[in-house]
Design a protein around this ligand. Structure first.
Ligand code: DAH
Length: 340
């Protein structure tokens, strides 16, 4: 009677242990069958009513069934654990031989880009690119450019003076002086760079901005040459043929001096907010180099002459990209810079 019950329970327990598909189901089977109040414990309570020889035999049998089932239980448990470990390893697996994702690449600042484009145009026309220091002498920044100490033109540019008498250059024109002294005539040079003025900062004024200076000295250089080079440069920057015109302009280092204007690229000259309804946009200062400027830097104005120009690079970049606040350019703000 007890033996039959036992073998029925063993068969059922084996089936259920195998059928359990989660550790939780397995645990339930264990509690129901092998637990302290489980079915096996229930059966063992009947042992006491058996005659002694029967009791020993069935007791043994019961123990062996219990051991067998416990063994199966342990195996099943181990199988679940192995599967869990396997799944975890699968999820954590990292392939160290995979190539790393590329680091985010930066790009050139819009000013550097336009500067490089203009350098390409001029170097292809036989100009060299010169560099000058941002801290300049008063002589190079003013005197050698025909702006003597008592000249009112000194007040046109608010200068940052240094305590040693030097200054932060207010324009790139002093590089003309350095170019002439170093290379003499003939000369074809441009000089892009940073300049500084003691300005109240607002949407259209910065204390620090970029200019691009140019100078060509040769025999019999004319305004026609000047216009040709300016048109070539601006057409390259704006990626289309531009129309330019000259208006008289005063700069002490050129005579005659001009303001060069470009026909508005937005409205084609009809008038719009960008050109303030005039149809033309002032683009750069230029002119034929003043004889005093040549002479002061050791070039004989009876033998040589030339043109010079000074382009507001920052302003040009703003026009080219439609940037309406100069302060963005030095902000270092990636939300701004990533648009280029
Ligand atoms: N240096 C002038 C400025 O900063 C710009 C300029 C005008 C440069 C005429 C030149 C020039 O070389 O010929 O306002």
């Amino acid at each position: 009677m007890l033996e039959a019950k036992l073998s029925e329970l063993e068969a059922r327990a084996r089936r259920e242990l195998q059928a359990a598909s989660t550790p939780e189901q397995l645990e339930r089977v264990r509690v129901e069958i092998l637990g302290r109040k489980g079915e096996l414990a229930e059966i063992s309570k009947g042992l006491g009513k058996l005659p002694p020889e029967e009791r020993a035999r069935v007791g043994k049998l019961l123990n062996s069934v219990k051991q067998t089932l416990e063994q199966i239980l342990e195996q099943r448990k181990a199988a679940f654990e192995a599967a869990a470990t396997q799944a975890r390893l699968q999820a954590e697996w990292v392939d160290f031989t995979l190539p790393a994702p590329p680091p985010p690449l930066g790009h050139l600042h819009p000013i550097s880009r336009i500067q490089a484009e203009i350098e390409d145009v001029f170097t292809s026309l036989g100009f060299t690119v010169l560099d000058g220091p941002e801290v300049e002498t008063e002589y190079n920044n003013f005197d050698a450019l025909n702006i003597p100490a008592d000249h009112p033109a000194r007040d046109m540019q608010d200068t940052f003076w240094l305590t040693d008498g030097n200054l932060l250059r207010t324009h790139t024109s002093p590089v003309q002086v350095r170019g002439m002294l170093k290379h003499g005539a003939p000369l074809r040079m441009i000089a892009p760079g940073r300049v500084f003025r003691n300005e109240e900062v607002d949407a259209s004024h910065e204390h620090t901005f970029y200019q691009l200076e140019g100078m060509m000295i040769d025999r019999e250089v004319s305004v026609a040459h000047l216009v040709y080079f300016m048109k070539t440069m601006l057409s390259a920057v704006f990626h289309r043929e531009v129309t330019v015109r000259l208006r008289p302009g005063y700069f002490p280092f050129v005579e005659p001096g001009f303001e060069l204007e470009v026909q508005c690229l937005l409205c084609g000259g009809a008038g719009c907010p960008v050109c303030k309804y005039g149809g033309w946009v002032e683009q750069l200062g230029c002119g034929l180099v003043h004889p005093n400027v040549l002479r002061m830097s050791g070039i004989d104005p009876d033998e040589w002459n030339g043109f010079a120009f000074g382009l507001g690079l920052t302003r040009l970049v703003m026009m080219r990209y439609g940037i309406d606040d100069i302060r963005y350019l030095q902000s270092g703000d990636l939300r701004f810079l990533n648009q280029f």
